[in-house]
Write a protein that binds this ligand. Structure first.
Ligand SMILES: *Cc1c(COP(=O)(O)O)cnc(C)c1O
Length: 403
């Protein structure tokens, strides 16, 4: 079991505002280096004429998991460019450290392995979670065992071998929210992991409410442009050290180019999230008033995700959008829409999916930075009755009518 002290989040006080950190954190040394843009270090290995010194540095990493002073020995150990992204994300989340990975799933894998390697194989989790997170826990691929419960059942589900409590808030794809502070209290000394992919540190910093670990699919809002895949865990230095050791041994490292793009993405994160959230809130208002819509989900914390249930055929809406891109993923500058029961949550057993509120009529939309009137016009035409030439009985009514 963890000591009482280790559950206390070791937060670094933020002396600068979030918008300032977003453009400066991880870059504080650049002016002294005579640089403006951060350098990209693509080295896989680092020359050293001092192998005794390297032996000492490797021993130190193996024992403590602390970041090496000086250049990495090998790129699987660390990288200066990805380290800049980690520094910046930790500042935004208000944690001492952050450890980056090749994807969100690689990040979650490292957390589960870090706990399982201490004999803590049991996980307590609240549905819904992102479909593949649900699958990774439920299928026991890493030798872990999961107990699914609602927030009220967490304290009762914890066992001596419980290594982690996991929640998403707002959750993918229903945008259901949990009270992080109350939930952290129910966890006792077991670390609480909050997947903060949807809210981002702009809207919510889970560590301030008692979470010990904050997970991001950096592929989404942190990157923000749909062109980089990554994952990151923001946490205290003790847990980060363990994650670095797991990452070194299992190899799910973030590529330096991805680290560069993610650092660049962070600089516009506050502006992007606020602008897209304003449009999402407006679309939420209009969808709520629309007779073709059965139900709209929009979280109290806000954000750029809107989910809604249609009375008609959800597949037809997907096939009829023209400006909005019908694609899985989220958090890009352009608006994406997808049908969770077919795509993002397909891998979850149908009964579990339905029980978690992921119904067959639910659509999940990630609102981007387009003009809100253009988005509304596209949604309206996609939601309206199919054109005459797709009369039922001749052509299946869900067939695309244009491209
Ligand atoms: C996409 C996503 C993940 C997985 O991240 P990848 O970068 O695709 O591996 C995890 N959690 C949430 C909430 C996500 O949306």
């Amino acid at each position: 079991m963890d000591t009482e002290a280790s559950i206390l989040p070791s937060t670094t006080p933020r002396s600068r505002a979030l918008a300032t950190e977003a453009v400066h954190a991880g870059r504080d040394d650049l002016a002294a280096l005579g640089l403006h843009a951060p350098p990209i270090d693509l080295s896989t290995t680092y020359p050293s004429y001092d192998s005794r010194g390297e032996a000492e540095r490797i021993d130190a990493f193996a024992t403590t998991g602390a970041r090496l002073d000086g250049p990495p020995v090998y790129a699987r150990l660390d990288n200066p460019t990805t380290a800049r992204f980690e520094t910046a994300l930790a500042r935004l989340e208000g944690t001492a450290s952050a450890v980056s990975f090749a994807s969100g799933m690689a990040a979650l894998t490292a957390v589960l392995l870090a706990r399982a390697s201490m004999g803590l194989r049991h996980v307590v989790a609240v549905r819904p979670l992102y479909g593949c997170s649900d699958h990774l826990l439920g299928a026991g691929l890493l030798g872990t065992e999961v107990t699914w419960t609602d927030p009220a059942g967490i304290a009762g589900a914890i066992r001596p071998d419980t290594g982690l409590v996991m929640v998403e808030t707002p959750a993918n794809p229903t945008l259901a929210e949990v009270d992080i502070r109350a939930l952290a209290h129910s966890c006792g000394s077991v670390p609480l992991l909050v997947d903060n992919t949807f809210a981002t540190p702009v809207l919510q910093r889970p560590v301030e409410h008692g979470a010990r670990l904050v997970l991001h699919s950096a592929t989404k809002y942190l990157g923000g442009h749909g062109d980089v895949m990554g994952g990151v865990v923001a946490c205290d230095e003790e847990f980060a050290a363990r994650l670095r050791q797991v990452r070194f041994a299992t190899g799910g490292v973030l590529h330096p180019m991805a680290g560069y793009l993610l650092l660049r993405g962070l600089s516009t994160l506050p502006v992007r999230v606020r602008a897209a959230s304003t449009s999402a809130a407006e679309l939420c208002r209009r969808l709520t008033a629309d007779p073709r819509i059965a139900r709209v989900h929009y979280p109290k914390v806000g954000g750029a995700m809107v989910s809604f249930e249609v009375y008609g055929d959800p597949h037809r809406v997907i096939s009829a959008v023209r400006l909005i891109t019908p694609a899985v993923s989220l958090g890009s500058v352009d608006t994406l829409i997808q049908h969770p029961a077919s795509i993002s949550h397909r891998i979850v057993d149908e009964g579990d999916r339905q029980a978690a509120g992921v119904g067959d009529r639910l659509l999940r939309m990630s609102v981007g930075l387009e003009d809100v009137e253009d988005l509304w016009a596209d949604l309206c035409q996609a939601l309206s009755d199919p054109p005459a030439r797709t009369v039922a009985g001749t052509v299946p009514e869900w067939l695309p009518t244009g491209r």
